[in-house]
Design a protein. Structure first.
Length: 177
C-alpha cells in the first residue's frame, strides 16, 4: 500500500516520517501549489541550459534552491505561504516526528508542535515542506511542464487546453473551477 510507505528525513535535530497524501488530497492541493511554486520554479537554474524540457526543479538540492526560494517568497503573500505550509505539513496528518521536542516519542506533527519545533528554525520548516512536495508531486510537476509556466498559464485561464488549442473541459465543467 503506497499510502502506508513512509520516508524518513532528518532535519535539524528531528527525525520526520512522511507518508504520501491520498490521491484526492494531492489533487486538491496541486493547483494552488502550482500557482505558489510558479515564481520559484521560474527563478531556478536547473543546470540544463534550457535545452532539456524534462528537467525537474524538484531534483535540485534544497541548499542550491534556497536563493531562488528567498527571492520568490518576497513576491508571495504571507497568508498564502502559511496556508500552503499548513496544508502540506499539518492538515493531512501525514507527518510524524521524533526528537527533543517530543521527549523521544514519535508523534503526529500538529500546529502547536510545529510552532515550537520551528520557532527560530524557519528554514527547517521550508526544508520539510520541500521534502513533502518532492514525495507527493515530483512526477506531476515534471510531466506537466510547470518549469516553462505552461501549467500556470492554463490554471490562470481556468480552462486547460489540449495540444491543438481546444479546451479539454466542457463548458459545464469549466464553470466548476
Amino acid at each position: 500500500m503506497r499510502r502506508m510507505q513512509t520516508i524518513e528525513k532528518v532535519i535539524g535535530e528531528n527525525t520526520f516520517y512522511i507518508r504520501p497524501f491520498g490521491a484526492f488530497a494531492a489533487a486538491n492541493i496541486s493547483g494552488e501549489l502550482a500557482a505558489l511554486l510558479s515564481p520559484l520554479f521560474g527563478g531556478l537554474d536547473t543546470g540544463d541550459g534550457g535545452s532539456d524540457a524534462a528537467a525537474n526543479p524538484l531534483d535540485m538540492d534544497i541548499e542550491e534552491a534556497m536563493p531562488a526560494i528567498s527571492s520568490a517568497l518576497s513576491t508571495i503573500s504571507g497568508d498564502k505561504v502559511e496556508r500552503m505550509m499548513r496544508r502540506l505539513l499539518i492538515d493531512q496528518q501525514n507527518i510524524s516526528v521524533q526528537g527533543e521536542d517530543t521527549d523521544g516519542d514519535t508523534v503526529i506533527l500538529d500546529k502547536d508542535l510545529a510552532d515550537e519545533m520551528f520557532c527560530g528554525e524557519l528554514q527547517d520548516m521550508f526544508i520539510l515542506c520541500y521534502e513533502v512536495i518532492k514525495l507527493n508531486f515530483k512526477g506531476f510537476f515534471k510531466r506537466v511542464g510547470i518549469q516553462s509556466g505552461s501549467l500556470i498559464d492554463k490554471l490562470r485561464k481556468g480552462t486547460p487546453t489540449s495540444e491543438n488549442g481546444e479546451t479539454s473541459t466542457s463548458d459545464a465543467s469549466a464553470s466548476l473551477s
